[in-house]
Design a protein around this ligand. Sequence first.
Ligand SMILES: [Zn+2]
Length: 216
Amino acid sequence: MEHRINDLQIESQAHESLDFPVCINQMSSITYQCPNDKTEELNVENPKKRPYNCPYSGSKCNVTGDIQWLLLHLRNDHHVEMHDGRSFSHRYVHHNPKHLHHATWMLTLLDCFGRQFCLYFAAFHMRKTPMYIAFVQFMGDEQEAMRFSYTLEVSGNGRKLAWQGVPRSLRESHKTVRDSQDGLIITRKLALIISTDNNNSKELKLKISGRVWREQ
Ligand SMILES: [Zn+2]
């Protein structure tokens, strides 16, 4: 029997296209057979052309390649959703937030300014304290990443918590970014207060909206 590693869900809706269908993803522990990587086709001498690691967060994946290759791989092999537009709004549902045994991740891709970004949401423990973190990573090198900024905002029940950040390059792993706490961090206690569904205390619903822009 396949064991589900978590019960985290995402319900997403793009801000800029109101008729965009609400989609629901669910992360599972499926082990992907990833195709052979394209490392040998890339020039390892040129740091700009150094291959990137697959940014997928749900299972260990050793695929490497350039950004265009990884975008195809994320869509075809990991079935990651891509959202067009610089504004976004997602609702994350954690079905059983009181029983968080392993770190769990959700990944959505954002496409704007002709570039792509990874939006991560994770439930994890920081020194035994259950937490949530959301952040954006740029699918490209460090130098170009610094030309962008983003905001994230979580709100509900009259509370609002906002974060403004600079996306870190995909050269760093999502776990490195999480461990450096470079994102919107919400403790589980606060998350339960902000949760938009107080009627069902077992379930946590967090609405996180955000925007990416390019610095002049
Ligand atoms: Zn992968």
